[in-house]
Design a protein around this ligand. Structure first.
Ligand code: DAH
Length: 348
């Protein structure tokens, strides 16, 4: 075959391609494509013949052939679009489009985290900021600076988990039994006035039951300023409870003892379930639910933090976060909060 024969064949392919393309419908277009442009298609085979031409001629003819290939591919694509070829007909598809998809579960925050966040929100609205403290604590911060006498029963082994390491004062380190040490750490490192809340895990050597655990969570709060009194404590806690449980919520104070406050109080909120009407298993018919310990910070604690106790006074409170979570979400058994049962966790 010489150059001219090759060019004539090329022209013939072009003519027959373009004259039949317009008559080719969607069903026939794949076969049409194979016929001209497939591995053994007319144009492909003609291009393959180029190997027998001398290099100079091969260059020129090859350029012509490739240009035609581009032209025809373009025309073919246009025809495919025009006829709708290649579009999957969903009605005839082998897929059942009505079948349910695979579930794609979302994660969620743990109820205790959600509760702590709500409590933080409530106190932040009242001007409190957030602090944190370590879980492994020194005797000094957990007890001594909080005015626990050296022989106070809460230091006894049965309540406190000790760690087999000594602190700089030569005392055994321990797992903090409450969040109150954060009061000391914060006061020692910052100047008053201070309004601070701090949530976190605490540990006590206790048997697990529906309302106890060896590891649980507390939120500590305190306010130190000039002339802070019990009245400020009452106002703050009531505003917080109304924000969290609704405007109907009331609080009641009864006397209680904690070494680091004087006077000390046990604070209860009006039962959020029966509104105090009785015959209620949660408040046991009393109409009140005990929620936290609180009081006016003992002058010994103020002094231990290096503040002038004549000038500065404050209130403090400590609340179990589990207790709040149980009230907010109607959880009857605290253990449900620790088992990580997805059926519980997914509900939030
Ligand atoms: N730390 C106490 C406890 O764990 C709770 C508490 C009571 C904290 C009175 C306070 C407070 O700040 O003023 O039982």
């Amino acid at each position: 075959m010489n150059q001219d024969d090759w060019k004539a064949k090329l022209a013939l392919i072009r003519d027959s391609f373009l004259s039949t393309l317009g008559k080719t419908d969607a069903a026939a277009i794949a076969e049409f494509e194979t016929h001209y442009l497939g591995r053994k298609g007319e144009l492909t085979l003609l291009l393959r013949d180029l190997k027998d031409f001398p290099i100079e001629e091969r260059k020129i003819l090859g350029a012509l052939g490739n240009a035609l290939k581009t032209e025809l591919s373009g025309a073919l694509d246009a025809r495919k679009t025009e006829t709708g070829a290649g579009v999957v007909n969903l009605n005839k598809s082998q897929f059942d489009l009505t079948m349910a998809g695979y579930p794609f579960p979302k994660g969620s925050l743990h109820p205790l985290t959600v509760t702590a966040n709500k409590m933080y929100d409530g106190f932040q609205k009242l001007g409190f900021s957030i602090a944190e403290g370590p879980l492994i604590e020194e005797d000094y911060f957990n007890f001594e600076a909080l005015n626990f006498a050296p022989d106070h029963p809460a230091r006894d082994m049965q309540d406190t988990f000790y760690v087999d390491l000594k602190d700089a004062r030569g005392k055994d380190l321990l797992l903090r039994t409450h969040t109150s040490p954060v009061q000391i750490r914060t006061m020692k490192s910052q100047e008053p006035p201070l309004r601070v809340v701090s949530a976190g895990r605490v540990f006590r050597s206790e048997a697990v039951d529906a309302s106890h655990s060896f590891a649980f969570h507390q939120m500590e709060g305190f306010y130190v300023d000039k002339n802070v009194t019990m009245a400020d404590l009452k106002w703050t806690l009531e505003a917080f409870m109304k924000d969290l449980f609704g405007g109907q919520a009331k609080i009641s104070f009864s006397p209680s003892f904690f070494p680091f406050v004087e006077p000390g109080a046990q604070v209860a909120v009006s039962c959020v379930f029966c509104k105090g009407s009785g015959a209620c298993p949660v408040c046991k018919g009393t109409g009140w639910i005990e929620l936290l310990g609180a009081g006016v910070i003992h002058p010994n604690v103020i002094k231990a933090c290096g503040y002038d106790a004549e000038k500065w006074s404050g209130f403090a409170f400590g609340a179990g976060i589990e207790r709040f979570a149980m009230l907010l979400y109607g959880i009857r058994d605290m253990r449900m909060l620790y088992e990580n049962d997805l059926r519980i966790l997914k509900q939030l």
